[in-house]
Design a protein around this ligand. Sequence first.
Ligand SMILES: [Zn+2]
Ligand SMILES: [Zn+2]
Length: 297
Amino acid sequence: MAAFRCRRDPCGFICLILTYFSVFYADYVVIQYVLLPAYSGSVWCTLHGAVFNIILLLLLACHSKAVFSDPGMVPLPETAIDFSDLRSQSNRLNDRGCEGWTVCSRCETYRPPRAHHCRVCQRCIRRMDHHCPWINNCVGELNQKYFIQFLFYTGMASLYSMALVVSAWVWRIRSEREGDEDKEGEEAPSKHLIVAHYIILLVESILFGVFVLVIFYDQLVSIITDETPIEQMRNRLMKDKPNNTHPTHITHTRKPKIALLREVFGRGSIICWLFPLHSSPPSVGGISYSALPDYNV
Ligand SMILES: [Zn+2]
Ligand SMILES: [Zn+2]
């Protein structure tokens, strides 16, 4: 049910269509107007075509995994929980080693530490980073890896298509100068069309390239500092408050950067980090997030 609820967001739906359209448009321009005319008959045509399409396939695979994977939704209780004795209940949870669990009034359930409620998904998400319309899903503990891989391949595809368009444009200008002037008049309409495609693809690549680079950097910083953007904002607000004694201020244990990266990308080889392969979900502080605490009194 929750997965369908995510897909009802019109902004997310438009962004998904825009993403697929941009990918297929880039592939069309690169093959039709860059590789075939500029590298025709050369081994470079096949090579660039194969590499560019492999990058796009990996981009789409990571994107689909980010879209369709569970970001780490906190399961809803099967029966309604009575929160009237919330204080004594919380103390009991802490006694059982479940410190940091909180109650979500919207989901009406207990949620593990670092889980936050997403207004779009209408559910609590474990280690929620943000809700991303480009994947029409939340970025959370279980799909952050796929989201970062999607950013990585989008950045690579943007750089690659920029390089291919610029080199094909230079080749075109050179061959026009060297070629005979009679043909110039015949090719004029298609020449304008080709240049228009080059400009559109360059603008698309620069926009998406810069956009994903910034988000990619933010994602890596948030992993290495072990602080999601929501936690960063909350901790900043806590610091600004004078005489703050709020118990929910988050202080994470200092872990090595590589351990933090492995929590997101999996414990396998670093080469596996490049592929959208399933890795076992991490369990932090010995608490298994897949199960709610035992709240039988
Ligand atoms: Zn919630
Ligand atoms: Zn969400």
